[in-house]
Design a protein around this ligand. Structure first.
Ligand code: GCO
Length: 450
């Protein structure tokens, strides 16, 4: 067996991380534009003002994607580029940028997968309370409608929201990501509920307004785990770890995916958040739980779990010297098998791996090339686990490598390089890394060499 014929081989990026042009052609400010102005917020004072200058170089970048042979490209849209104040007047020039980008992709034979929200929230809406405001789901729906009206004649694949756990925990609890605030937990659960309602309203808008049959997903972080052994007790402990909520955190995917797929919050979460649970209005779960097509998920690293004598999950520490990326993240390929398997068993929805990749020390060598064997090995290992899952009858629709090119890695600035394409941020010159040529072969052979 192996990868199905129609497996989606893709690459991914997000608007703030690559576009630059932070104030061009009528774009409004996002919370990330503001975060980058806060002293000490981003490594070495870097900003996304220019980033990869993709706004001006998108044709060149799409030509490179074509050269790699990718079948799909997951991009996100900058909401304040399209609607500068977040609601109200549309900035035609901003919308037109995406219009041209989509045409360019389709001309290159690359299928666009649009993420509606990948963290660059309109600053004007943040000033109105942002996700805490109970109108925020309607704001998101309004923005979605503008985009769907314009692009859905050519775009059929949509991801509503990327990694709510990251922008809520980093942005609203730790204050290390935009908007950089530290809110109490009852406000955090309130935000999470509004984000879920925003997702649901966007799904409804897409279904009602798309000019073709749409496919939709929601992309939380890969909060999955790996059982220490194949024993039932360890697997059960691993499931408990993934789906039971026993501390005050909105990290676990059951907090997000149970409402979407099962139409309710997990009991354990409601119990643990006893005095801090969100206010749930009649009909909220009807909005949130409309059918979607992909259980999208981003895989980077995961803990290993075993059962203690009572069957409770305990984290098994990694052995000394377990390999890490330059970000300090452990390399844990088995998550791609176990995460997919356990999510698929619980939610019964095809998995779409919307991100996977690693930060590495990449440099242009004397021969003018970028040799990144670690990234090739990393990707090979994770893809082997994807293949194993597929052979175990777990439906996995596709894989998007993070990222097409080196880019602005949030609070880490340009410190971390995640790309298949090396970017010289001084000259904006692009160089395909060895991993890009390797991925090209994988795609050509539909993963037969995995
Ligand atoms: C994410 C982020 C990406 C990051 C990547 C590496 O979804 O976490 O979506 O923007 O760049 O994950 O940290």
């Amino acid at each position: 067996m192996g990868f199905p014929e129609d497996f989606i081989w893709g690459v991914a990026s997000s608007s703030y991380q690559i576009e630059g042009a932070w104030n061009s052609d009528g774009k409004g400010l996002s919370v990330w534009d503001m975060m980058c102005r806060k002293q000490g917020a981003v490594w070495n004072g870097h900003t996304g003002n220019i980033a990869c200058d993709h706004y001006h170089k998108y044709k060149e970048d799409i030509a490179l994607m074509k050269k790699i042979g990718v079948k799909a490209y997951r991009l996100s849209l900058s909401w304040p580029r399209i609607i500068p104040d977040g609601i109200g007047t549309v900035n035609d020039k901003g919308l037109d940028f995406y219009n041209k980008l989509i045409d360019e992709l389709l001309n290159a034979g690359i299928e666009p997968f649009i993420t509606l929200f990948h963290w660059d929230y309109p600053f004007e809406l943040y000033c109105l309370g942002g996700w805490l405001n109970n109108d925020s789901p309607d704001w998101f729906a309004e923005y979605t409608k503008v985009v769907v009206d314009k692009l859905s004649d050519r775009v059929k694949n949509w991801i509503t929201i990327n990694e709510p756990q990251s922008f809520i925990i980093e942005g609203h609890i730790n204050g290390t990501h935009a908007p950089g605030v530290k809110l109490p937990f009852n406000q955090i659960t309130h935000i999470s509920h509004n984000v879920l309602l925003s997702h649901g309203k966007a799904v409804k808008i897409i279904r009602e307004n798309s000019k073709q049959k749409a496919k939709i997903g929601f992309a939380p972080t890969g909060e999955v785990a790996i059982p220490a052994t194949n024993k039932k007790s360890d697997i059960d402990a691993c499931k408990k770890f993934m789906f039971e909520i026993n501390d005050k955190s909105i990290k676990q995917n059951s907090w997000w995916l149970d409402p979407i797929y099962l139409g309710k919050y997990p009991e354990s979460g409601l119990k643990t958040f006893e005095y801090e649970k969100p206010r749930i209005k009649d009909g909220d779960f009807d909005i949130i739980s409309q059918p979607i097509d992909y259980c999208a998920i981003n895989y980077y690293f995961a803990p290993v779990i075993k059962a203690d004598n009572n069957g409770e999950p305990v984290i098994v520490p990694f052995e000394i010297g377990h390999t890490k990326t330059t970000f300090g993240w452990y390399i844990t390929p088995e998550m791609a098998y176990w995460g997919s398997k356990l999510l698929y068993e619980r939610y019964k929805s095809p998995i779409l791996i919307t991100e996977n990749g690693m930060a590495n020390i990449d440099m242009i060598s004397l021969d003018g090339k970028v040799h990144d064997p670690q990234r090739i090995d990393f990707t090979h290992r994770y893809l082997k686990e994807v293949k194993k899952a597929i052979e175990d009858k777990i439906k996995i629709a596709g894989y998007f490598h993070w990222s097409i090119m080196d880019n602005f890695e949030w609070a880490q600035g340009f410190k971390q390089r995640f790309g298949l394409i090396y970017v010289d941020f001084n000259t904006q010159q692009r160089t395909l890394k060895d991993s890009a040529y390797w991925y090209k072969k994988v795609i050509e052979k539909n993963g037969e060499n995995i």
